[in-house]
Design a protein around this ligand. Sequence first.
Ligand SMILES: *Cc1c(COP(=O)(O)O)cnc(C)c1O
Length: 713
Amino acid sequence: MEKMNTMKPLFPHLPKRLAGLEDLAENLWWSWNPGARMLFKTLDRQAWKESGHNPDKMLREFPRELLEKAGVDEDYIRRYDHVMEVFHNYMQPKERHLPVTVSRGHEFVVAYFSAEYGLHRSLPFYAGGLGFLAGDYIKECSDLSVPLVAVGFMYPEGYLRQQIRDDGWQENLVESINREAAPISKVLDKDGRQCIVTVPLTDPPIHVAVWKVAVGRVSLYLMDTDVKINAFGDRGISARLYIGDLEQRLRQEIVLGIGGAEMLKTLGIEHYLLHLNEGHAAFALLELIRRHIQMGSEFDLACEKIINYTIFTTHTPVPAGHDVFPFALIEKYFHSYWPILGLDRHAFFQLGIHPEKPDAGFNMTAFALRLSGSRNGVSKRHAAVSRKMWQSLWPEVPEDQVPIDHVTNGVHVPTWIEPKIKLLLDKYIGADWLDNHDDPAIWQLIDNIPDTELWQTHQWLKVKLIDAIRERTRQRWVSGDASDSLILTGGAFLEPSVLTLGFARRFATYKRALLIFQNLERLAKYFKDRWRPIQIIFAGKAHPADDPGKRLLQNLIKLARNPQFGGRIAFVEDYGEQLGQYLVHGVDIWLNTPLPPLEACGTSGMKAALNGVPHLSILDGWWEEGFNGKNGWAVEHDPSSVNPDGSDAEKIYRILEDEIIPLYYKTAENGVPHDWVKAMKATMQSNAARFSARRMVKEYRDKFYLKGMHRKT
Ligand SMILES: *Cc1c(COP(=O)(O)O)cnc(C)c1O
């Protein structure tokens, strides 16, 4: 399929006996396989940590003597041989979960387009949930051997690190990625130079360099506009995610959609189902249409022809989450494009208008909904909300028949299951449980795990979380630029024996991070309770342009500093994949307080549930499907209340007081809270299989992909 070779970075000092470490380091498969991870980690813990858990970087800098030592260490070699065997078997799948070849002999793949991918901390190409969804999606497609290629951006400044100033204001530190030491490789052309693709119809032409990330069996191709032949302003198009300037943002989306399609062509990938993960890449639809027009179809017929090959997943009901571009900008960039499609200016604009706000501009979601053959929201409720939002696009059908289906999100189980929890499951469910982890029946066997073992494992993970937080805080203190009180609110007072709530997500206002502070006195009581206290760990970044979000965060820091709350509120800086892992494994309760119906799905609660951490959440998104009365706690939002926030908070206090706190602190003589452990088990039993990425990918396959695969003529 790929006509080009990717260059192998050389680790010339790697002994022959361990030559496979190079293949391993160059494929993110290692990141969701504990055995493979341990191969790097046990070479040298310190070096592993300093590399940011990035084997590529670690091996480059690793001393030859230590590698040679490992190469003759029997135990190491035994583990190495085992991992390499598993890896090689993995890369040669026995079965495919989609037919590959269809009529006329074309090999079909799914081309998945997304503006962000959350794969691992060493590739900071994400802002939040959308990215992790995309990352988990392609990992699962790899596991199921769904033939898929993924398209995205190489953001050299993708990594905005968050630091809290003494006055509680968020600062964003730019940290540029070192392309040479990231687990990415250049895609080379036949002359051995990095492949450069020119985005069609751009004037002056915009060029992108092509990089590749191996995600198991899936290739993720990343476009990078920072190439010398580009005009200066064009070099920054892919500098970072979701650039605020509208024109640059439009150029970004032109590169992602139209440039992405061109890149696939250059790579020899011509026959595919186009799956748009959110509307940022929707211009790719035009390229599919253009192809049919070049073969002689009129515009309308070309649109019909792509119906079975195009899937659009919408991800947000928040209006600001949909890109809308002024018509003047669309005119500037597309005036030479619409004649090729056989359209005039008016007809082209019509493709992107929102019928209720026809003057607002060119709406990427409206555009993607119109031109895609299949459309879906990311939870049952979100799809219903989307049908209502977009009904005006289908004025002739009743709201419940608006053609927006749903596939509820899920999380990649091997990525998010904590290795010690996995060992427990291996031991009590059977070593091959992971092969069938989307079968709910398997999870019933969790009852076999002795309460004591599950509890002790969980407590150990909580200690690990608190250790990690304190270490971060200590480092911050050592650096000398943070006041004492900032250090204290950074987690210095956290205690492993205390009932611990976790709240980590982007600081967008609709997520209502401060909801539980509605009644300060009431809340203070829980924090200061001598025998049965609670503590809360917060984390999350506000978007750099989101001042209301930053103010929210500043208020939180102020509250955390107030001794009234007993020092039991911690805010941990710089939420990202790694901290996310610690949190969803180590807290006792995962708290979520969105304003319905704005949480389209939410996935962090699923990651927690998978590890036996029950959810306390407003009913919205996935929790409307996941809550069953035994596996956590739900709060029904009442928009008709005189004070909806206050009434939501009141319900949360009551649940804490009457249910959660007594249940958690009711321990048997051996120190185990058996009823609490029961809730932990119910959480895993009811949610782990249903909200796995495996269930999700199979649903996309059955609902959408097979349709296109079978009907090709
Ligand atoms: C899973 C995850 C998210 C998305 O979770 P939500 O529940 O949708 O907020 C965001 N950031 C990180 C680091 C994650 O791991």
